[in-house]
Design a protein around this ligand. Structure first.
Ligand SMILES: Cc1cc2nc3c(=O)[nH]c(=O)nc-3n(C[C@H](O)[C@H](O)[C@H](O)COP(=O)(O)OP(=O)(O)OC[C@H]3O[C@@H](n4cnc5c(N)ncnc54)[C@H](O)[C@@H]3O)c2cc1C
Length: 427
């Protein structure tokens, strides 16, 4: 049975109940549901895994449709291995771009180190990074959810807060017209992003720092290989004056440039200013065609707890980091798989509630020890201006790729395969 309360039946975010739809969820069954808050990629993965296991799920999303803004686009090998079970990877590959290598470069001197993901061919079914915008995965998962039993998706409703008892957790939701409703379930998954209302409701803090610079991401039709023929599809380019990142998607190049935090978003994304910055990277006689732009503040923060009774946090609601390494979205999807496995065991009576705390111990450790450390180091490599420090970083990267053992170890870690292997030893 498919139960839908979506943008078609609820116009303008009203929470008016469609009798045909809600009538199919009996009260006792309603209380046996998992309520997932936030239909970003992490919430959609968690919902799909739980629904696949036969667990009834209600997914609530504040937007009136799936968000389609320009965000992450890198999928690492183990994430593709995980997503294989949904049958979406062939479509992601056909809509995306396979990237068998990635680089650190020096703006003046060119390639410093090219990392070969083919070294992982014995460790993954996907020995490459796939560049594919995250909204494409969201749409594929959403299409799949529409064919699954006992999944309710409610767009246009905001989760306000969560309360819980020994047996249940309840999410208070509000529609655009101000009407409110309580959704009761056995568990609540907060996958509602950085400003998570679920996290606030359980009193969990995000600990860490905010990166001083604003990140400007834009995409252009210009092919940077014209200026740099040996450019990998993913390149981190250091420069003592201004570093930048170039990432190719199927049809465009994405450019990431740090920006002055004292400027407003409107000033940072002013077309004349953006054009000047693009011309500064590669001067051209014609203007750049910019297709998308986003300026956003970046944090390196991890929630002080991921689990509070029957409420669990995942994805950006639990951890945020800079995008240098493409680890945030991937780590969030890894959370969803880990969490769903444990939640399914509890639902089936194969494990007790206390077993959920291992989810926190495992995934919080990865966020702190791997994701934050790697992304902060990548930022340091790009950001450093001291010639001696820059030389030391670059020599280390050169030596890493020159040594087959170190090279393989490096790509195992930066592709997030090692962090999944290391979880087994976290009790
Ligand atoms: C502007 C921006 C640009 C980014 N660019 C990059 C990048 O270039 N590279 C990179 O690696 N990463 C990037 N990221 C990070 C990456 O997009 C995230 O790691 C990823 O989206 C995490 O997925 P998620 O599902 O956990 O959270 P989200 O994708 O944030 O999804 C959370 C969902 O919850 C919904 N929601 C929020 N509050 C409520 C509520 N109270 N009630 C109901 N629903 C709610 C939101 O509408 C959203 O759909 C970017 C993030 C942002 C914000």
């Amino acid at each position: 049975m498919i139960v839908w309360t979506n943008k078609v039946s609820i116009k303008h975010g009203s929470s008016r109940v469609n009798p045909r739809q809600i009538g199919q969820v009996t009260m006792s069954k309603a209380e046996e549901r998992v309520i997932v808050v936030g239909a970003g990629p992490v919430g959609l993965v968690a919902t799909t895994l739980l629904a696949e296991a036969g667990i009834p799920v209600t997914l609530v999303e504040i937007s009136t449709d799936l968000p389609r803004d320009l965000r992450a686009s890198t999928f690492h090998p183990p994430t593709l291995d995980m997503l294989e079970r949904f049958g979406v990877v062939p479509d992601m590959i056909s809509q995306g771009l396979i990237c068998p290598t990635w680089q650190f470069r020096d703006r003046e001197h060119g390639v410093v180190a090219t990392f070969e993901l083919g070294l992982l061919s014995g460790d993954t079914n996907h020995p490459y990074r796939l560049q594919c915008e995250q909204w494409r995965l969201s749409e594929m998962l959403f299409a799949r959810l529409q064919r699954m039993a006992d999944v309710e998706v409610r767009f246009g409703v905001r989760a306000l807060g969560v309360t819980q008892s020994a047996d249940h957790a309840t999410v208070e939701i509000e529609a655009a017209d101000g009407s409110r409703e309580s959704l009761k379930g056995r568990f609540v998954v907060g996958s509602d992003g950085l400003k998570s209302a679920v996290r606030s409701a359980i009193g969990v803090e995000m600990e860490g720092q905010t990166i001083p610079e604003i990140f400007l991401t834009l995409s252009t039709t210009y092919d940077y290989r014209e200026a740099m023929p040996d450019l990998s599809n993913i390149s981190y380019i250091s420069d003592p004056k201004e570093w930048f990142v170039l990432i190719r998607t199927k049809s465009l190049w994405r450019v990431l440039i740090p920006s002055d935090p004292t400027m407003s978003d409107a000033d940072i994304t002013d077309p004349v200013r953006m054009e000047a910055r693009l011309q500064n990277i590669v001067p051209r006689s014609v203007p750049y065609e910019v297709r998308h732009k986003t300026a956003y503040r970046v944090h390196e923060r991890v929630a002080s707890a991921y689990v509070s009774g029957r409420v669990l946090l995942a994805g950006d609601a639990a951890h945020v980091n800079n995008p240098l390494g493409g680890m945030g979205l991937n780590g969030g999807i890894h959370d969803a798989f880990n969490l769903a496995e444990k939640l399914i065991a509890v639902f089936r009576g194969e494990a007790d509630l206390a077993s959920l705390s291992r989810y926190e111990r495992q995934r919080r450790k990865v966020a702190l020890d791997v994701v934050q450390q790697t992304t902060l180091r990548n930022r340091s490599i790009l950001n450093s201006t001291d010639p001696a420090v820059r030389l030391a970083y670059q020599n280390d990267l050169r030596q890493t790729v020159a040594d087959p053992v170190r090279h393989k170890d490096y790509v195992l870690r930066t592709s997030m395969i090692q962090s999944l292997r290391d979880l087994k030893s976290v009790a």
